[in-house]
Design a protein around this ligand. Sequence first.
Ligand code: ADP
Ligand code: S3P
Length: 243
Amino acid sequence: MPRIIVNYSGPQFLGFEIAGMMGSGKTTVGKILSQVLCYSFFDRLVLTVIKIRNYFKGTIYVYSSTSTFSVAIFFHGTSDTLIEEEVDGTSVADIFKHYGETFFRDKETEVLRKLSMTHRHVISTGGGAVVRPINWKYMHKGVSIWLDVPVEALAQRITAVGTNSRPLLHSEVGDAYTKTFMRLSSLFEERSQAYANANAKVSLENIAAKLGQKDVSDLTPTAIAIEALEQILGFLKSEDGYC
Ligand SMILES: Nc1ncnc2c1ncn2[C@@H]1O[C@H](COP(=O)(O)OP(=O)(O)O)[C@@H](O)[C@H]1O
Ligand SMILES: O=C(O)C1=C[C@@H](OP(=O)(O)O)[C@@H](O)[C@H](O)C1
C-alpha cells in the first residue's frame, strides 16, 4: 500500500468550499478533507503524527510541523442539505418541482451568505452554485477548490446511481448514459469559466498523469483528497501571510 505524506500547516480559521459539476465527488472528497483537517489540528494538541487509515484504498499520514495548543473542528456539509433544511426538509428534487429553479438558486445564495460568516467548515456546494457572481463573493471568504472531472467520468458515475436526486438531469427518453452525457456536456460548456474562479483546481486528468494511470476512473477519493490538500497549500503559500 502506498505511503503518502501530507504536511498541513495552514491556518486554522478558514472555511473551504468545494465546487465542481454534479457527480464530481464534492461530497465524497469533502468528507475526507474535513477528517484530515480535523486530525491535523487535533494532532497539534496531542500527538506529533496521526495515521489516518480510511475506508478507501491508501493511507494518509498527516504530519504537524508545530505543536500549538489549539483545537479546531472542521465540519463537513453540503449546501444542498442546508437548502433542504431551510425548506422544511423538502428534497432538492421536490424544491425544483414545486417552487422552480430560481427559488432554489435564491436559497443557495442565502445559504452561501450565511456560511461565509462561519469558519472551519468544508462545504460541498451544488454544481450550479458557481454561476451567480454574488455566490463567489461569499465563497471567496474561504478557500475554494474546483474538482475538475472529465464529463465522460461524470456521466458514468451518475448513470450508475441514477438521476432521481438531480432534477437538472431528469429526462424522459433515450439511453441513460448518452442523455446524461449530453446534458452534462452542455452544462459544463456554460459553466467552465465560472469554475475557473476557484482558488485551487484539482484536475483528475493531471492526477492520473502524475500517478501514471490511464483512466481517471481508477483514481481513489483518497488520491484526489491528497491532491486537493496539495493544491490548497500551494494556494495558501502564494497568499501573503497565510503559511
Ligand atoms: N473517485 C471516485 N471514483 C469513483 N466513484 C466516485 C469517486 N468519487 C465519487 N464517486 C461516486 O460518484 C457519485 C457522485 O459523488 P458525490 O461525491 O456525491 O458527487 P457530488 O457531491 O459532486 O455530486 C457517488 O456515487 C460517489 O460514490
Ligand atoms: O449542477 C446543478 O445545477 C445542481 C447540482 C446539484 O448538486 P450536486 O452537484 O451535489 O449534484 C443540486 O444543487 C441541484 O440539483 C442543481
